[in-house]
Design a protein around this ligand. Structure first.
Ligand code: ADP
Length: 295
């Protein structure tokens, strides 16, 4: 199965051009869609999930034309939106059973088996009789994944799943995501670079509705190898360095400003070479489009 997005455009009624001739090919496995707030990630996710229409372009999943046959896609889709509300006075087992009915699983015994399997997989079995209103953020997210996996979807979309989770909850959530079958296309939309580093075999960086980079994270990192340098400077000096160098990012550390620059040759002047990570790759691309002070 492959998701093919071709020349996708979205212009909202207020004139915002949120997706600009965006094309991506997404294969089985975990795909990370990285971009700052406002990049167009949710617009793209909602469009793939058939919740909104693009202005132009095409999307196919296997042999399903997503835009003309939304039902064909929905049958294969599991979607965890950025924000979702749960019925606080219902327990997770009951609600999951309800979702399974909506997915067309009419046999009660079969439903019970699926619901039990998903509750165990998401580590919610022990709290299955508790009302969802009593769940922590991490438990709610795991419930979100459980409901997205009902019906064994071939395409799973998770939009900003770890925002608001504490580190332990995030790790648990990552482990859960990485267990989703190898036969599934999983798209993880996020502005957290570390999530993509930890989980994804393929990725794209988007900004202002355009794809700035795509490919395997390590390949993108290799392209920048030997070109990233760091220097601790005074806050007041940053503007000057910005004019003279290709500044990637700034990080405050122990009261001093660490600036990261990209340069094909050693800039000298106290700059130290740095092994790039996906973080530098991300900032390198995104800083070319936005004011890095806002990142
Ligand atoms: P992201 O998910 O990467 O933060 P979004 O897809 O939410 O990005 O937004 C992309 C751009 O489209 C932003 O400039 C946002 O303000 C704009 N946008 C999103 N939804 C709407 C809408 N319903 N109407 C008008 N503009 C919108």
């Amino acid at each position: 199965m492959q998701l093919q997005i071709t020349d996708l455009n979205k212009v909202y009624a207020n004139g915002t051009h949120a997706l600009k001739s965006l094309s991506l090919t997404i294969n089985k496995g975990m795909f990370g869609l990285l971009g700052p707030n406002g990049a167009g990630k949710s617009t793209l996710m909602r469009t793939i999930a058939t919740l909104q229409q693009p202005t132009s372009g095409s999307i196919t999943f296997g042999d399903v034309d997503v835009l003309t046959d939304p039902e064909g896609l929905k049958r294969q889709l599991g979607y965890l939106p950025q924000e979702f509300s749960l019925y606080p006075r219902i327990d997770s087992e009951t609600l999951l059973d309800h979702f399974a009915q909506l997915k067309g699983i009419t046999n009660k015994a079969e439903r019970k088996e699926i619901v039990g399997y998903l509750l165990r997989k998401t580590n919610l079995w022990d709290v299955r009789k508790k009302n969802l209103g009593t769940y922590s953020g991490g438990m709610k997210q795991r419930f979100g994944i459980a409901q997205a996996l009902v019906g064994n979807p071939k395409l799973v979309i998770v939009d900003e799943p770890t925002a608001g989770l504490d580190p332990a909850e995030r790790t648990r959530f990552h482990n859960l995501l990485s267990e989703i079958g190898n036969e599934t296309v999983v798209i993880l939309s996020t502005h957290i670079v570390e999530d993509v580093t930890n989980l994804c075999t393929d990725m794209a960086i988007i900004c202002a509705g355009e794809v700035l980079a795509k490919g395997a994270p390590q390949a993108a990192i290799d392209q920048l190898a030997g070109q990233v340098f760091r220097k601790a400077v005074d806050r007041s000096e940053v503007e000057g360095y910005k004019r003279e160098h290709r500044l990637i990012s700034t990080q405050l550390r122990e009261g001093r400003m660490n600036i990261y620059i990209q340069s094909e040759t050693d800039p000298g002047a106290g700059f130290i070479p740095v092994e790039p990570t996906l973080e530098e790759v991300y900032f390198y691309h995104v800083s070319s489009r936005t004011n890095i002070d806002t990142l």
